[in-house]
Design a protein around this ligand. Structure first.
Ligand code: HEM
Length: 377
């Protein structure tokens, strides 16, 4: 029990709220809805310094949001086991790559990695481009109106992923039909969230949006067809996508169970402890990103990224269990945003100040997100 055993006493040495007998720290969260829980985690991150513990009755979690601790946990094969947080998802994802472990994970990861090779991405690219054109048509029907972009982008990413790799090849083999659910889960909501916040930030920063438009003009110069090579030339757009995923990481945290006792920020954290890596808070640390709350795509210029700790920016996680679909996701986001921006000027309706997130595995706003798409001539 968290108040009585030695591991609990070790965990209690890590900074955290004052505990209340029997309830631990859970009184701090009493009566909160999921918006309140998201805010509570952010408040804790501000109050403490890169690490804090939170325990409720007999369950303790250590939260870390500094790159050195993240590296200790994520860079080795040792702590690759996901925490009980994902157990709930296991009901649906069974032993898919996201939640599987040991030799099963290793074997599947090797096979599935080849499904994302650049040459294979070429096949998916055509499907994605077709869906991006459909997306442009959907916006045409709504041009000039305030529209909730969340369900539209969600449908776009769901269609793209189900018609690509998953629909084409993997589901022919029953061995991989779990994997298909995993890919749909990891690849659809996450990419939709990435797109949502990329469009919101571009609508809000007209000067940046104009620079993306100019980049597209210089690549296409009136040409209609799009190739995979065109996407690789969209360097400024890529920086915009990276910057929106810094401020709004689609996966705000990941969780592991420690497979051996480690030292994190000079505190001992015992084997078996659940450890949350708070990507959202890490990306907003002033010590890692100057004027961290400010949207500035040029942070990702090579000269401005030089010397940055490799674990300070981890929207796709890092180490051996990083995101297997990250190239696919980048391709999809570039394809959709470039198709939209070539045809429309985006205007803000919902702004970053209106955002109010809920506690979830994927970053979600509690309310719809509205933007306006004005047809360009
Ligand atoms: C912007 C879009 C995406 C983001 C931000 C993202 C982020 C992540 C993160 C943070 C993880 C680590 C999760 C953890 O350790 O608990 C992960 C794992 C994973 N992602 Fe993605 N992802 C995206 C898109 C995709 C896509 C498009 C696919 C598939 C087509 C995909 C498939 C996976 C799989 C299978 C894993 C588990 C890998 C393993 O455990 O070995 N993701 N992703």
């Amino acid at each position: 029990f968290v108040n009585l055993n030695e591991d609990a006493r070790t965990i209690k040495k890590i900074p955290g709220f004052k505990d209340v007998f029997f309830f631990g720290n859970s009184t701090a969260a009493f009566g909160m809805d999921s918006v309140g829980l998201f805010k509570l985690a952010r408040d804790c991150a501000k109050k403490f310094n890169g690490i804090f513990r939170f325990y409720s009755l007999s369950i303790a979690a250590v939260h870390v949001y500094n790159p050195s601790d993240a590296e200790i946990i994520m860079s080795t094969m040792k702590h690759r086991e996901k925490s009980i947080i994902y157990k709930f998802f296991k009901l649906w994802l069974h032993d898919g790559l996201l939640v599987s472990k040991g030799s099963k994970w290793q074997e599947r990861r090797k096979i599935l990695t080849s499904a994302f090779h650049f040459n294979i991405l070429r096949k998916y690219f055509l499907i994605i481009e077709e869906n991006s054109q459909k997306l442009v048509n959907v916006m045409e029907e709504n041009s000039g109106k305030s529209i909730n972009i969340v369900p539209i982008l969600s449908e776009y990413t769901l269609n793209s992923i189900s018609e690509s790799a998953m629909g084409v090849e993997l589901d022919k083999d029953p061995m991989y039909s779990e994997e298909v659910n995993t890919f749909m889960f990891e690849g659809h909501d996450t990419t939709a969230a990435g797109l949502t916040f990329c469009l919101l930030t571009l609508a809000e920063n007209q000067d940046v949006q104009e620079k993306v438009y100019q980049e597209l003009q210089s690549i296409f110069n009136g040409r209609e067809d799009v190739t995979l090579e065109d996407l690789t030339m969209m360097n400024y757009l890529e920086r915009c996508i990276k910057e929106s995923m810094r401020l709004y990481p689609p996966v705000p945290f990941i969780s592991r169970t420690l497979s051996e006792t480690v030292k994190l920020s000079n505190y001992t954290v015992p084997v078996g402890t659940m450890c949350h890596i708070q990507i959202y808070d890490m990306h907003r640390q002033e010590t890692l990103f100057k004027n961290a709350e400010k949207y500035d795509p040029d942070r990702f210029l090579p000269e401005n990224s030089f010397g940055r700790h490799p674990y300070s920016y981890i929207p796709f996680s890092a180490g051996p269990r990083n995101c297997i679909g990250q190239k696919f996701a980048m391709m999809e986001m570039k394809s959709a945003v470039s198709a939209l921006l070539k045809n429309y000027k985006l205007l803000p309706v919902t702004t970053s100040k209106d955002l109010e997130f809920i506690a979830d595995l994927v970053l979600r706003n509690s309310k719809p997100i509205y933007l306006k798409f004005i047809k360009r001539h």
